[in-house]
Design a protein around this ligand. Structure first.
Ligand SMILES: [Mg+2]
Length: 403
């Protein structure tokens, strides 16, 4: 059996959780500019017809009393990470499909959690206990039906389609719930008197293919409750990096070190987004004569905090001879592993704890930057050194362009 879990009105629910005064009120999260669109609407706002992807201006017209908020992606990612930890502890086979949705393969979990309805209830409870948010869960013999099932009774729903019940569910499932069925295809099929997906099973597959092309084949299978797509945990990207060309070529090691710290922060942020950690750090330097030099080293323990990436990159920079001035400097992380997998413990427990603390610092900085802008907070050593103490709070830290 496959389980699909989908958080209810995720961004809006996170805002209502973080700000209790918003609970029970219509909340719309979306782009605030002239062409902004709704990213999420609380169920109170949905009662007024506000839906995601609707222009924000239209949402204001439909529900002027709603609280309109700009999205806080870093905050949502943080909550999403916490939910993924719950999912990872629930089943070894988890495939996240978006920030608030995932498929889980329940194979072999019955002994632990009991039959599917009990497993679904338990997962919903664990998610609520961890993040204080409700999720809708669908469990079915395949992926497509599991997703349709989670959508069936939102919010806070639990729908289980047992083997043998597929046809009954498909008989009442509107056509447009199938992927790839838009208004035009729905209209074409309506001419044949077809409104529900199950009704397509009566039409021979050849006729559907003649009518709809390749999409017909897929629909014919879905209408019969067939979807062999397995739940596939993602593999992390092979590498990611950050680099910048300097305004003026330099041999100044302090300046190069400060730039590496900025790159380490950027790469750490990308690693967090990819839920990955890196065993290999690559220092990339282009010299004044345009020759490109790289130094790479692989460590036994994977790193994901900016501090640890910086420390490793700095070690590579120290061994790099600066015979010529540097034109470009970059840092890349390679040998990526999933951050959720057990990492090799560091040699010293203290070092591991400090690395985890720095990961928390990185996350805190990212949410402050998101709320108040990039200049709001930065590492002290990124600021230009001054000879006299600054008279007051300083402006933004230097951030290099991204490569
Ligand atoms: Mg959702």
């Amino acid at each position: 059996m496959i389980l699909h879990v989908d958080m209810d009105a995720f961004y809006a629910a996170v805002e209502q959780r973080d700000r209790p005064e918003l609970r029970g009120r219509p909340v719309v999260v979306g782009g605030m500019g002239g062409r902004g669109v709704v990213a999420a609407a609380s169920y109170e706002a949905r009662a007024f017809g506000v839906r995601s992807a609707l222009p924000t201006a239209e949402a204001r017209r439909l529900c002027p009393q709603a609280v309109f908020l700009a999205p806080r992606p870093e905050r949502y990612r943080e909550v999403s990470r916490r939910i993924r930890e719950v999912l990872a502890s629930f089943s070894p086979i988890v495939e996240p499909v978006s920030i608030d949705e995932a498929f889980l393969d329940l194979a072999g979990t019955e002994r632990l959690y009991g039959p599917p309805p009990a497993a679904g209830r338990l997962l919903k409870e664990r998610i609520f206990a961890a993040v204080g948010l409700t999720a809708s869960v669908g469990i079915a013999p395949n992926r497509f039906l599991a997703k349709a099932a989670s959508d069936f009774a939102k919010p806070d729903g639990l729908t289980v389609i047992a083997p043998g019940e597929e046809a009954a569910f498909l008989a009442v499932l509107p056509l447009e719930k199938a992927p790839g069925v838009g208004p035009r295809m729905r209209e074409r099929l309506a001419r044949f008197g077809v409104r529900f997906l199950g009704e397509l099973a009566r039409i021979p597959e050849g006729e559907l293919v003649a009518l709809l092309g390749a999409a017909g084949q897929r629909l014919a299978a879905l209408a019969r409750g067939i979807d062999p797509t397995p739940v596939t945990p993602p593999s992390p990207p092979r590498s990611l990096g950050s680099e910048c060309t300097l305004d003026r070529d330099t041999r100044d090691r302090d300046l190069l070190a400060r730039l590496l710290l900025a790159h380490a922060e950027a790469v750490a942020a990308e690693l967090r987004a990819a839920d990955a950690a890196a065993r290999t750090v690559v220092l990339k330097i282009r010299l004044a004569d345009f020759s490109l030099k790289t130094r790479r080293r692989t460590w036994a323990a994977a790193a994901s905090s900016s501090r640890e990436l910086y420390r490793r990159a700095l070690a590579l920079l120290e061994g790099f001879p600066l015979g010529q001035p540097v034109r470009l400097i970059g840092l890349a992380a390679a040998g990526l592993v999933a951050a959720g997998l057990p990492r090799q413990p560091p040699l010293f427990g203290e070092q591991g704890r400090r690395s985890a603390e720095w990961e928390r610092v990185d996350r805190a900085m990212a949410s402050i930057q998101e709320r108040f802008g990039d200049g709001a907070v930065g590492r002290a050593s990124l600021r230009e050194p001054r000879k006299t103490p600054a008279p007051g709070p300083r402006g933004g830290g230097r951030r290099p362009g991204r490569g």
